[in-house]
Design a protein around this ligand. Structure first.
Ligand code: UDX
Length: 429
C-alpha cells in the first residue's frame, strides 16, 4: 500500500519527486501557486524538458495516483508526508533566501495531519529544519531533511537509481518512516540528524564544483606547458581514489544549484566564524574561466570583438535541459555583448522568438548554420550531441572566418583543421 504524499512546489525537483513517488506506488498530490500550471499539469502537460518525466506524469494521472491542486493548504489534508520543494534563491548577501519555504510552512501548519512529516527537499541552510518547525507552529508534526541530488536532464533516472538517500531527523522512528517511501530503490540510505543532512547537500555540491574548477585550472596549466588535459584527466581518473567523474573541463560550471549553493556555503561558514577560502577560490576560478573563454573568442577576431559577429552554439547551462539559469554560456555572451559584439546563437532547446529577458541582445537562430552564416568566429558553449554531428564543410561555406572555440572539447580538432578551421579547445595545446 502506498503512502499519502503531498508535494509543495512543482518545479524541477517537486515535479520529479512527485512523479517518481507516484511511480513507486504512493498517492501523490502536488500543489503550486500558479493556476495555469496546475491546470496544464493536470492534463499531463509537462512544462520542462526532463527525460522520462512526461511518461511518469501521464502514468500517475491515468492510474489515479498523481494529481495537482492550487494552493499548498489544499494538498496536505490527507498527507502523512509533505515535501517542501520550493525555490531557495540566492539573497543579496549570498545566503539562501528562505522566504518561500517559510511562507509555505506558515500556510500549511493548520492543515497538517497529526504526526505528519514535513520534509525539506529544497537546499536549505543548516538549521532550517528548526526554522520550518517554528513556522509550522505545531508540536505534533515532525520536520525532516531529505536533500535531493538530482541532475537536471537525468533527474528521473537519478531519482530512481540513487547513489544514496539521505534522511536527517531528530526522531529515528520518523526517519525510518520517511526511508520507507524509498524502500523499492537501490542505493544506500543514510540516516542522520537534520543539520548533518543539510550539510551533506552543500558539501556534495561544493565538492563537485571544486573538482570542476580544479580541472579547469589544470586545463589552463596544460595550455601553458603543452599538455593535453583530456589525457591528463584520463590518467588521473584511473586512480580509483580520484575517479574521472566531474572532471570534464569546460566553460565553467553553472545551473540552478552550484552557483547559489557554493555562495550559500561560503556565507554559512562565515556566519559561523570560518572563512572558507578554498571555496571562495573555487568560485573565483569559475569566474576566471568564463573570462578565459571570452578571451579565446576575442583572440580569434584580433583581440577586439566590437562589431564582430560571434556565432554561439548552446545557450542552456548544459545539454539535455532547457534551463538557462546561471548558464555559463549566457555569462560569456554577456561579456561579449558588453564590449560591442553581435551574438547570434543556436540552441536546440531555445526557439527563435522565445521571450526571456536573459536572452536580451542575442539573436536566436533556427539552426546551426543560420547561426554561423557570416560569423567571424564560432563558439561551442554547451555539449548538445547534435553539435558533434554538424557538417563543418557546410559551416565553412558561409562562415566569414573559419575559426572555432570549442569550450566543451566536443569536436574533432584534426578534422576541423583539415577543413581549414583554426581550432581552440580547453586545455589542449
Ligand atoms: C547539480 C548536482 O549534480 C545535483 O546533484 C544537485 O542536486 C543539483 O545540482 P545540475 O545543476 O543539474 O545538478 O547539473 P550538473 O550536471 O551537476 O552540472 C553542473 C554544472 O557543471 C554544469 O554547468 C555542467 O556543464 C558543469 N560540469 C559538470 C562541468 O563543467 N564538468 C563536469 O565534469 C561536470
Amino acid at each position: 500500500m502506498g503512502s499519502n504524499v503531498a508535494i509543495i512546489g512543482t518545479g524541477y525537483v517537486g515535479l520529479t519527486t512527485g512523479a517518481c513517488l507516484s511511480h513507486l506506488g504512493h498517492n501523490v498530490v502536488c500543489a503550486d501557486v500558479i493556476a495555469e500550471k496546475v491546470e496544464s499539469l493536470s492534463r499531463g502537460e509537462v512544462p520542462i524538458l526532463e527525460a522520462g518525466l512526461d511518461e511518469l506524469v501521464a502514468e500517475g494521472i491515468s492510474e489515479g495516483r498523481l494529481s495537482f491542486v492550487l494552493g499548498a493548504q489544499n494538498a496536505v489534508g490527507e498527507a502523512d508526508f509533505v515535501f517542501l520543494c520550493l525555490p531557495t534563491p540566492q539573497g543579496a548577501d549570498g545566503a539562501a533566501d528562505l522566504s518561500f519555504i517559510k511562507a509555505a510552512a506558515t500556510q500549511i501548519g493548520p492543515y497538517l495531519r497529526p504526526g505528519a512529516a514535513v520534509i525539506n527537499k529544497s537546499t536549505v541552510p543548516v538549521g532550517s529544519a528548526g526554522e520550518v518547525a517554528k513556522k509550522l507552529g505545531r508540536d505534533d508534526v515532525h520536520v525532516v531533511s531529505n536533500p535531493e541530488f538530482l541532475r537536471e536532464g537525468t533527474a528521473v533516472s537519478d531519482f530512481l537509481n540513487p547513489d544514496r538517500v539521505v534522511i536527517g531527523a531528530d526522531d529515528p522512528e520518523v526517519a525510518k518512516r520517511v526511508a520507507s517511501l524509498y524502500e523499492a530503490l537501490p542505493g544506500e540510505t543514510l540516516i542522520t540528524d537534520p543539520a548533518s543532512a543539510e550539510t551533506i547537500k552543500y558539501a556534495s555540491n561544493a565538492f563537485l564544483a571544486t573538482k570542476i574548477s580544479f580541472v579547469n585550472a589544470m586545463a589552463a596549466v596544460c595550455e601553458e606547458v603543452g599538455a593535453d588535459v583530456v589525457d591528463v584527466v584520463r590518467g588521473m581518473g584511473l586512480d580509483q581514489r580520484i575517479g574521472d567523474k566531474f572532471l570534464v573541463p569546460g566553460p565553467g560550471w553553472g545551473g540552478s544549484c552550484f552557483p547559489k549553493d557554493s555562495h550559500a556555503l561560503v556565507r554559512i561558514a562565515e556566519n559561523n566564524g570560518y572563512q572558507f577560502g578554498l571555496l571562495r577560490s573555487v568560485i573565483a576560478t569559475n569566474e576566471e574561466q568564463f573570462g578565459r573563454v571570452a578571451n579565446k573568442i576575442a583572440r580569434f577576431v584580433g583581440g577586439n570583438v566590437e562589431g564582430k559577429t560571434v556565432a554561439v552554439w548552446g545557450l542552456t547551462f548544459k545539454a539535455h535541459t532547457d534551463d538557462l539559469r546561471d548558464s555559463p554560456s549566457l555569462n560569456i555572451i554577456n561579456r561579449l555583448l558588453e564590449v560591442g559584439a553581435i551574438v547570434r546563437a543556436y540552441d536546440p532547446a531555445v526557439e527563435p522568438g522565445t521571450s526571456d529577458s536573459r536572452l536580451d541582445g542575442i539573436e536566436i537562430a533556427a539552426d546551426l548554420y543560420e547561426a554561423t552564416a557570416g560569423a567571424d568566429v564560432l563558439a561551442v558553449l554547451t555539449e548538445w550531441p547534435e553539435f558533434i554531428e554538424a557538417d563543418f564543410a557546410k559551416v565553412g561555406e558561409s562562415i566569414a572566418s573559419r575559426s572555432v572555440v570549442d569550450a566543451r572539447n566536443l569536436l574533432d580538432a584534426t578534422a576541423l583543421k583539415d577543413l581549414g578551421f583554426e581550432y581552440d579547445g580547453i586545455g589542449r595545446s
